[in-house]
Design a protein around this ligand. Sequence first.
Ligand SMILES: O=C(O)C1=C[C@@H](OP(=O)(O)O)[C@@H](O)[C@H](O)C1
Ligand SMILES: C=C(OP(=O)(O)O)C(=O)O
Length: 429
Amino acid sequence: MNKSILPAAKLQGHISVPADKSIAQRAALFSLLAEGRSEIKNFPPAQDPQTALQCIRLLGAEVIQEGSDVVITGPGRWNMKVPGQEIDCGNSGTVMRLLSGILAGAGIPATLTGDESLSSRPMMRIIEPLMQMGAEITSSEGGYPPLRIERNRELASVDFTLPVPSAQLKSCVLLAGLFGSNPTTVTETLPSRNHTETMLQLPVKQQGNKKIITVSRDHAVRPMKLHIPGDFSSAAFWLVAGSVLNDSEIRLSGTGINPTRSGALKVLERMGADISVTGERTSAGEPVADIVVRSARLKATSIQAEEVPDVIDELPVLSVAMACADGVSHIRGAGELRVKESDRLAAMEKMLHQSGVQIRTYEDGLTISGKPDARLLPGRYLSFHDHRIAMAAAILALKADGVSEIADAEAAAVSYTEFWDHLDILSYR
Ligand SMILES: O=C(O)C1=C[C@@H](OP(=O)(O)O)[C@@H](O)[C@H](O)C1
Ligand SMILES: C=C(OP(=O)(O)O)C(=O)O
């Protein structure tokens, strides 16, 4: 689907962003592990979370979905069934990496496949620690999907220090460790999103700058009752759009603001954004708030490696903010963006270049010379079938002085089914 985007004079209105994809996928997978009835409210219709539901069905979970209410009856960690077919993880790195940990831990033979994008994402990072624990896994040459997990005996425990700050890798090893008799520990020095340890209520120890999480088969996984908060990563598109368009004010209710996820708030505040966060509360262990963003004149900033895990999925849209900010901005230490649903550094370079913004790419980042006072050139943008790139292009297109086109715009539905409707609701021309 090609989408034409007209420039906007301003953005105004009130929306609730869709429920958090990371939490929804975990809610599905952890309900599979918990024996009995889990009740999940506000489960999102987006493609990745729906993929997670499909996958757990194949492993013996009963899933009843009525609108956004989902009831999952899990077989429990020791009673999952061997799937009668390949498990298609679609576009979701999270599902493939977390499910691999579960299947290897349980010793359930299965083949995990994915779409074209997922099939080119690196899996060696999970294969290595799982094999070190005793799992038998084969992949395409170089460690790419499909993954074949063989039946294996009980995995050994491992003390694993994350070589990359990846919540998917952390979660994969912890989930495999849930099946072992001896404790497995995962140590991280740069904090990545903590939904797995929070939702599974795993013991966490902080030692200086090291966080150590411990897990073993003795740790109970109980059925959950959960209302999934709004997805901060989806909110980030509006935080940037509301900042860079004049006369704008957008209210976002019920958005997750977990500090391991919401680094974009700090980055935008540093850039001079006018964002207020009110009504802070907790929903199922996750901090949630209402956010209001108003137009502001943004100034350039730098994002370095230490900050990258907190803003990892927001970097495409933050680079749009940088393109509209006064001065030269830098992103470094973000090489992980090259192995997401697309090579997001290359995609942003192409997009911003087309809009007339000066941009330089490095192996691990971008340097962007902002154009705060100029309308940008309209573009014919490729999404590279990547939801975050499609949506970042849409925000950029609002600032252009003509009509832009986005190819394969349907990719947005991987995380944000209502994105194009929300864009219409909020835009004034
Ligand atoms: O654990 C998760 O839910 C995620 C972790 C991050 O990936 P990495 O673990 O590869 O950094 C993030 O980019 C992805 O969107 C979701
Ligand atoms: C990288 C992402 O997701 P995943 O790794 O789960 O495909 C994302 O949603 O931006």
